[in-house]
Design a protein around this ligand. Structure first.
Ligand code: ADP
Ligand code: MG
Ligand code: ZN
Length: 621
């Protein structure tokens, strides 16, 4: 062996060690993420106050420290936020409230992103060198040790998931109250069961179907059910899995995903949270979106690349279709959209039934009544409700779940758990009692407001007390009168404090913020002000694209801005006057409700109506 040769041997040995170290840390990184979360679960954890503290690093990795261990012993969870801004818009308000109340003991947001070229280029370079060397080693020194090629291939496919044994049996029966959605998907099921029948007739089957709807409405569940109904393979990946630090990995995962699907055909490829990769190209703050664009391009290539007769259907889910790159929605790609909306009253009853199955309910439980009172709840909320009720019943050593438990769980799902342990000084209780009584009495007097369902001065998650009003039916449009009444109701707390106690508190600041926000929307977005006219001053994108709105700036002049401010102020003060008038006229009712609250802490709808000498209209139809 020549001297020259030995030198290069030593050299490659050092590199081999380096590569192994690199790969080990890489693998380890994927290991710690073995508990798979999706965004709706992350959201629920925050809403249910299960998060004690959290941290988001500059790579947008979210680490959640839970208050209590989960059933599987896990206490720390990881989730990759593909878009920090979405998280921020969605949950920051809650985070601030929970932090102020000590529910969250700490949190850490990432520093603003600056483009550090070294940071972007270095890993890429390192990988290039490493991959190059590895290829060299495999090709020319395959007799040596090191990692086998199958180990390597794993990098590209690590996150592809197939159905677990339990999920394999999910069918349409498990998805309640989504009849139209199921009907639309039935065609896909038929096709997957027997592709040839469709092909013989020359029927065109959509390649891609996009399920669009708010978190928790059952999109993932529906996708699994399609696979279950058709009895075909199901390969799923979440958009947030794609977004890796290393350029090129996402694209190769897409390739593998489709290769696998074609091999197992007929099959469903399910891409959850597709907005993670599918957002419109060329937007967003800062650079560093190359990886995502590569992944998206690969996805487009793959979707164009397979033919209808290959028996693969791609389903994807997103909370918002409006942010998706238009290229994704073109014919031959996701050219069919199915909107998965909030369940209506019948749907809610059916979902409650699905999740109550196998749980012992006591005789007084009326799921239909519960469904009536839970407008706006998603399927996930309802599942949560039943589960919380079961926990409550178990804690009280009951053998059955009673209506009372379900009611308590309903409030808990809406408002977070009670904080009975917090000691509240008497004057603060009094203030809260008048404040909440004010909201309730005003709501009751307003013709276009949802009826009061419960009032409480037990501190809970966000607030010292609360008044819950629930719509009697599902609304899809908000009328001007409805919005005006909302503003009046929000000001009821502050007005009552002033009227009865002669002092005002900061407890109403959130109400006032919300009232002003509604007024501003009415004036500037919905064209509901006569003075300003039927004009909308927002881009319709709701600040999510801060990259875009920032560069666009405001699309109207200072003078118009001042006019808008003037109109907002006028709307809010008119509402406040209405509010005061109502409370003056109904002072005795206000006092009665406040006294009841001080004595009992919580007031149910029946008792509230009794103050007005009214009774609940009969629940029978
Ligand atoms: P999404 O994907 O839309 O965020 P999921 O499919 O993950 O929502 O729903 C979360 C959970 O909520 C499901 O596992 C299921 O238990 C429950 N759920 C949601 N919608 C329904 C429904 N229509 N019928 C029954 N359960 C539902
Ligand atoms: Mg989902
Ligand atoms: Zn209030």
């Amino acid at each position: 062996m020549s001297r020259q040769n030995r030198m290069s041997n030593n050299f490659s040995f050092i590199f081999l060690a380096l590569i192994i170290a690199l790969c080990a840390s890489w693998l380890w990184q994927t290991e710690t993420r073995s508990v798979q979360l999706d965004y709706s679960q992350v959201r629920q954890l925050f809403i249910q106050e299960k998060v004690e503290s959290f941290k988001i690093d500059s790579g947008y990795n979210l680490t959640l420290n839970l208050r209590e261990e989960r059933d599987d012993g896990v206490k720390t969870l990881h989730y990759r936020l593909y878009d920090f801004q979405l998280f921020f818009d969605d949950l920051n308000e809650l985070v601030q409230q929970q932090y102020a109340l000590g529910v969250l003991t700490g949190y850490d947001y990432p520093p603003p992103k600056t483009t550090n070229w070294l940071e972007i280029l270095l890993p890429g370079l390192l990988i290039l060198v490493a991959v190059g060397l590895m290829g060299y080693l495999f090709l020319f020194r395959s007799q040596g040790g090191g990692m086998g090629p199958d180990r390597m291939a794993k990098f590209g496919t690590a996150h592809t998931r197939t159905l677990t044994e339990k999920d394999r049996h999910v069918t349409f029966d498990d998805v309640a109250g989504a009849d139209e959605e199921k009907e639309e998907l039935q065609e896909i099921v038929e096709f997957l069961k027997d592709p040839q029948r469709f092909l013989d007739l020359g029927a065109r089957i959509p390649k891609g179907v996009l399920l669009v709807g708010p978190p928790g409405t059952g999109k993932t569940l529906l996708a699994k059910a399609v696979a279950g109904e058709a009895g075909v393979g199901f390969l799923s990946i979440s958009g947030s899995d794609f977004v890796e630090l290393y350029v090129g990995v996402g694209a190769s995962r897409v390739r593998d995903l489709f290769d696998q699907a074609k091999k197992t055909s007929p099959a469903i490829v399910f891409i959850d949270e597709i907005d993670a990769v599918g957002r419109q190209r060329g937007t967003g703050v800062g650079g560093g979106h190359d990886e995502r664009e590569q992944t998206l391009n690969q996805l487009l290539v793959e979707m164009d690349g397979f033919a209808a007769n290959e028996g693969v259907v791609v389903l994807a889910a997103t909370n918002r279709a409006d942010v998706l790159d238009p290229a994704l929605l073109r014919p031959g790609r996701f050219d069919r959209q199915i909107y998965v909306g909030l369940p209506d009253i019948k749907g809610r009853e059916d979902i409650l039934k699905v999740h109550a199955k196998g749980k012992p309910l006591s005789e007084d439980v009326d799921l239909r009544k519960l469904a009536r009172g839970t407008a706006g709840f998603t399927g996930a909320d309802l599942e949560n409700l039943i589960n919380e009720a079961a926990l409550l019943a178990a804690r009280k050593d009951q053998r059955f779940i009673a209506m009372e438990d379900l009611k308590a769980a309903e409030i808990k799902v809406i408002a977070g758990p009670e904080k009975r342990s917090r000691v509240i000084p008497q004057h603060e209780r009094e203030l809260t009692a008048y404040h909440e009584a004010g909201h309730a009495v005003v709501m009751h007097a307003l013709p276009d407001h949802d009826p009061v369902s419960q009032i409480s001065i037990v501190p809970r998650g966000q607030a010292g007390g609360m008044t819950i009003s629930l719509p009697e039916e599902d609304r899809s449009y908000l009328s001007r009168r409805y919005m005006e009444d909302q503003i009046v109701a929000l000001l009821g707390g502050r007005a009552a404090e002033k009227l009865c106690l002669g002092d005002i508190s900061t407890g109403a600041s959130n109400d006032i913020q919300r009232a002003s926000a509604i007024a501003r929307k009415m004036v500037a977005s919905y064209g509901m002000s006569e003075k300003i006219g039927t004009v909308s001053f927002d881009s319709g994108h709701d600040e999510v694209f801060i990259g875009r709105t920032m560069s666009q700036g405001r699309s109207y002049s200072e003078a118009v801005a001042a006019q808008i401010d003037g109109e907002v102020t006028a709307l809010v003060s008119a509402a406040y006057n209405r509010c005061e008038t109502i409370l003056r006229q109904q002072r005795d009712k206000l006092e009665a409700v406040a006294r009841y609250l001080l004595e009992n802490e919580t007031m149910e709808r029946e008792d509230f109506l009794a103050v007005f000498g009214e009774a609940e209209p009969s629940a029978e139809e």
